[in-house]
Write a new protein. Structure first.
Length: 208
C-alpha cells in the first residue's frame, strides 16, 4: 500500500476492495456504492479500454492479430481465450498491455474524484498485486470466505464445475494471501457484512 504522506494532501483516499473468486468483493463494493461512495470497477474499466482506447486496441492487434475483435468492434472472447490463455507468455503479454492502461485510467479517475472534493473512493479489483495496484491505493479491504463457500457460490453463479472453480482458486494464491495491514471482511454467510463495513468506515472517520 502506498504511503499517504507521499501523496498530495488533497488527493482522494483510495481504498481497494479485493478478494478471490467467490469471496463476495462485488457485494461489498455495491454496498459502499449504495452508501454514496464512488467505486472504480477494474474489470469493467479494463474491458472498456480494450474496446474504446485506440492505443490499447493497436497493441492488442499487434500482439494477437485482428481476429481479437469482432466486426462490431467488440472483443472476440473465444479467440482471446484461445490465444492469450493458452500459455503463460501470451497471458503476460495481455496483462502487460491491459494492466498499465487500467492503472493510468484509475489515476485519472482518482484525479476527477479529488477535483470534485471526494475524500475517499473505492477500487474493486481481483488483481490487486498482479496489476500492481497495491502501489496505488492507500488501504485494502480484503474480502474472504471459506473455500467451500466460494466453490458453491461460483458453481451456482457461473455454472462452473467444482474442479474448474478449484483450479481458479488455486491460480489466485497470490491474490488470496492477506498482507500485513490489510483490513479483513469475512463474508461466510454467517457474519453480517454491513456492520463490518460500517465499522471500517467509522474507524477511518469517512462515513458519509
Amino acid at each position: 500500500m502506498s504511503s499517504t504522506s507521499s501523496r498530495n494532501i488533497d488527493a482522494v483516499r483510495l481504498i481497494a476492495i479485493t478478494g478471490g473468486i467467490g469471496s463476495g468483493k462485488s457485494v461489498v463494493a455495491h454496498m459502499v456504492q449504495v452508501m454514496g461512495y464512488e467505486v472504480y470497477d477494474c474489470d469493467t474499466r479494463a474491458k472498456q479500454l480494450m474496446t474504446g482506447d485506440a492505443e490499447v486496441k493497436r497493441l492488442l492487434v499487434e500482439a494477437f492479430g485482428h481476429e481479437i475483435y469482432l466486426n462490431d468492434g467488440s472483443i472476440n472472447r473465444q479467440h482471446l481465450s484461445a490465444v492469450a490463455f493458452a500459455d503463460s507468455e501470451a497471458l503476460s503479454r495481455l496483462n502487460a498491455i491491459v494492466h498499465p492502461a487500467t492503472a493510468r485510467n484509475l489515476q485519472r479517475w482518482a484525479g476527477e474524484q479529488s477535483a470534485r472534493g471526494a475524500a475517499v473512493a473505492f477500487v474493486e479489483t481481483a488483481l490487486l498485486r498482479t496489476a500492481s495496484l497495491d502501489r496505488v491505493v492507500d488501504d485494502v479491504w480484503h474480502v474472504t470466505a471459506p473455500d467451500e463457500v466460494r466453490i458453491q457460490r461460483v458453481m451456482a453463479r457461473n455454472g462452473f464445475s467444482r474442479e474448474q472453480v478449484q483450479a481458479r482458486i488455486a491460480s489466485q494464491s497470490l491474490e488470496d494471501s492477506i498482507a500485513p495491514g490489510e483490513q479483513v471482511i469475512v463474508n461466510d454467510n454467517d457474519h453480517a457484512l454491513l456492520p463490518q463495513v460500517t465499522r471500517l468506515l467509522s474507524q477511518q472517520a469517512i462515513i458519509n
